[in-house]
Ligand binder design. Sequence first.
Ligand SMILES: Cc1cc2nc3c(=O)[nH]c(=O)nc-3n(C[C@H](O)[C@H](O)[C@H](O)COP(=O)(O)OP(=O)(O)OC[C@H]3O[C@@H](n4cnc5c(N)ncnc54)[C@H](O)[C@@H]3O)c2cc1C
Length: 462
Amino acid sequence: MLLSADQFASLTRLVGAAHVRTGADLAALDPGIDPHNYRADVLLQPGSTAEVAAVLAYCNRHRIAVVPHGGRTGLSGGAATVAGQVALSLARLNQIDSFDARSRVAIVGAGVTLGALAARAALDGLAPGIDLGARDSATVGGMVSTNAGGVAAFRHGTMRERVLGLEAVLADGRVLGELGQVRKRNEGLAVERLLIGAEGTLGVITRVALALVPADGPVATALVALDGLEAAAALCDRAQAVPAATPTAIEVMSGNHAAAVCRALALDDFASLAAAPYLVLLELSSASAAAAEAALVDLLGAAVEGGLVLDAAVAQNESQRHTMWRVREDWAIDRERPGGLWYDISVPLSLLPAYVAELRDRLARHDPALGLVLIGHLADGNLHVTVNAATPITPRYEEIAPLVTDGLAAVGGSFSAEHGIGLEKKATLARLAGAPKQDLMRGLKALYDPRGILNPGKVIPG
Ligand SMILES: Cc1cc2nc3c(=O)[nH]c(=O)nc-3n(C[C@H](O)[C@H](O)[C@H](O)COP(=O)(O)OP(=O)(O)OC[C@H]3O[C@@H](n4cnc5c(N)ncnc54)[C@H](O)[C@@H]3O)c2cc1C
């Protein structure tokens, strides 16, 4: 433990002994996705913005590193800690402070989970306008900090588009209060917006004003088998042109992903669909369940007849719909072939088929033993690319990264679509971001956090 006894006692006084975890007590907690999340000396759980401010002011004076924590579902190592650091959990800031249904705005604590916000919004026929698999653990603060995307981004944007205003504590403990609740707000430089996607390196977000959207009507869901990504992109076009229904999810996966899930979960009903090269999970919403299903059946019927689609199954009840989502969201392939590498890219949809063809080619030329598994948010051209092999290849991340990411910028894509930079993509950012951007990132870090106490070593190029 690298914090001194004095420092430990002072920090304990600031949040109360009941809200401090350390030693075996800390080690016994579930660290979340990244096993390094609780390697810190201590976990502090402040209960208010004032307590967060007091902790940061103290840590800044004593040059103690602070790593903000939300639901610990992040996939890029942004919440990882090392000895000598303080993990600062925002979990107790879990109140919905205000809810204005007419203005469609909620002000929520950073520790509110997406699931809790969605449940509250549903009472007024509203929704957060964003959804992702980790909805019951991911927090608003973490989602703002990673600029999360998810299933609905093609309709409502990423978290950046959902945030109207925010309150954050700066490194020195001052509170930046920019909790505007309106879209139209031009008051000089939008200094608070730099915290969106900053992964806790510029300030600790304590409260957020979020724009809400009308909740979708009943949905109909299908799992669709396709022979390639050209066909998937064409289906995506058609789904967005259906009259009287709105697509609420257009998720793509390679057949080997779906087949692994069907094997692992014994989903024999979907095994023949999963034998196709690609599958799309398509969900349409309409005024009634019957109207949604009719629109979906019409769309798929025409697509099968026209040869665009190989086969499709429409969910007949909630349980089948749930199973279809498991086919998309389960990570069986990582259990079957552990130690694979995850990349997270986006590319304009029209270029996606060519990108994947080129990627397959590059991987095969580099090492024919490498396997490729794809899942993603099709309408956004966003793919989570898993490269794996019969045995773990974890140490080969940097070797393989250029095969996946190089050339994306030239076609307007991104090497980091939605999970942030954290630790995992730092080298890729240093390789691909231009010098002006890297200089500005370093300059802004020095301005917002002169002593470098906030999530040191993450995101910002060295
Ligand atoms: C099953 C699953 C599905 C997922 N699907 C998606 C998806 O579709 N789209 C997507 O974008 N992501 C997805 N993710 C990734 C993850 O859920 C998001 O990155 C989420 O935004 C992280 O929120 P969190 O509260 O868990 O943050 P954490 O993991 O706790 O933290 C993430 C980063 O934000 C920082 N941070 C956390 N809270 C604050 C705060 N209050 N102030 C400042 N910094 C803070 C941390 O230091 C860290 O750098 C998925 C993850 C899982 C496990």
